[in-house]
Design a protein around this ligand. Structure first.
Ligand code: HEC
Length: 130
């Protein structure tokens, strides 16, 4: 009887050890990735920029062509690979000033992203990659 108890105790500890090693979050500790994938919303600071400067076009209510490229209404449905690549594209178009489009800038001068906001988007995009 005593032997059985010991064996089952041993089996339970082995199971626990395996569970800890197999769990990627425990195993990688604080080096957990930021690129959450499905269910991960944009950080508030980024969402604020996107909402004022991008979602007129890049949203469910937006422009067909634009939302085909990026639809911020569907961001949380993107897998992490897609979120990373779209975030990189956001940094790129903002840095080149190709988005928001010229005509939109002319009509919404107060909502054009500032250099500080562009830097914030690029920093966030870079952070997603690791
Ligand atoms: C006035 C509407 C409008 C606004 C506002 C707008 N976009 Fe776009 N965007 C478009 C359209 C239309 C396309 C697709 C056609 C194209 O690629 O030029 C596009 C394409 C893109 C692409 C894909 C470009 C590529 O090279 O494939 C990215 C990335 C993008 N937009 C990011 C943004 C971001 C970030 C913002 C906000 C800072 C923004 N857009 C604001 C209309 C808009």
């Amino acid at each position: 009887m005593k032997k059985i108890a010991l064996v089952s105790l041993l089996a339970t500890s082995v199971l626990f050890a395996v569970a800890i090693v197999m769990n990627p979050q425990t195993a990688s500790g604080s080096k957990k990735t930021n690129a959450g994938g499905p269910g991960t919303a944009l950080p508030d600071s980024i969402h604020k920029i996107v909402q004022k400067a991008c979602m007129d076009c890049h949203s469910d209510d937006g422009n067909f062509m634009a939302k085909g490229k990026i639809n911020f209404s569907a961001w949380e449905k993107y897998d992490s690979e897609k979120q990373i690549s779209k975030a990189g594209a956001m940094c790129k178009v903002l840095t080149k000033s190709s988005m928001p489009p010229k005509k939109w800038r002319a009509n919404n001068p107060n909502d054009v992203p500032t250099q500080a906001e562009i830097d914030m988007v690029c920093k966030w995009a870079k952070g997603l990659q690791k």
